[in-house]
Design a protein around this ligand. Sequence first.
Ligand code: C2E
Ligand code: CA
Ligand code: CA
Ligand code: CA
Length: 279
Amino acid sequence: AKDDPGHPIRRFELAMAEDMEAAARVRQDLRAGIECGDLHLLYQPKVALRSGRLVGMEALVRWDHPRHGRISPDTFIPVAESSGLIIPLGEWVLRECCRQMQVWRAEGLTDLRVSINMSPVQVFSQDVAAMVAAVLVETNLPPEALEVEITEGVFVHDEERARQQFEGLREMGVALSIDDFGTGYSALSYLKRLPVSALKIDQSFVREITTKPENARLCRAIIGVAHDFGLDVVAEGIETAEHLAYLRSEGCDYGQGYHFAKPLEAEAFKALALQQPWL
Ligand code: C2E
Ligand code: CA
Ligand code: CA
Ligand code: CA
């Protein structure tokens, strides 16, 4: 009876097989997508909250699948990580945003810094400092124009290895910030041992800042920790004037979010970037 397709165990096995086939297909498609140029980057402005000036942007990857349309990174980054494709994907993201930065710089958009998201898998399976150095040389972008965002999980997993990699980046002049800060259940002690320059407050804390007093307190506490350690603090997911007002009043340095702009195509980013200031 176990071989009967209606039997619960058999049904489960069939579903598993289907899932694995689906995963294999996604992997294959993604490999092809990276090779065929189906990935592209959007850029979300980052604003200095005191002056209202645009200071940079975060590069966010999208996959335009030939049949399924645009796919969100939350869906395919995990597949890229488990399959090793994150290595060529991550390198593509870096090269593409450096190239775009050089175009913008030539057009007069100077003094901006681009942030990229780096997967922990990259940190633990390749020499990221060497990879970044090579791409910066190739694209001729100054290291000061680049920032790497990483989640605090990397320091929990293998702090020593992570530190080696990030010290290499810092020596080059590339900035490092901690993404989704406060969501990783990690001790704060790594902050004094690592070359971190900014903390990013997760959007889940910002979202309910005006309705949940504990979220407002969390944001205030993170801003306090950052400043005590001599770090900048960036809030993401600023969607309303109220979010912005609270974060400004607490001394948050930088912000991103739909209140300013959604992640934009390069053309649209440039048009918006020429409007100053932003507040
Ligand atoms: P993240 O690094 O935390 O990026 C912030 C996410 O919040 C982005 O989603 C962004 O579009 C979205 N967002 C920005 N402002 C607002 C807002 O005001 N409200 C709301 N509700 N959302 C906002 P996205 O682009 O879908 O990226 C999701 C995640 O995928 C990123 O989270 C990052 O972890 C990952 N990711 C994106 N691009 C890359 C990449 O090139 N490499 C790697 N390894 N991961 C990436
Ligand atoms: Ca990020
Ligand atoms: Ca984040
Ligand atoms: Ca996130």
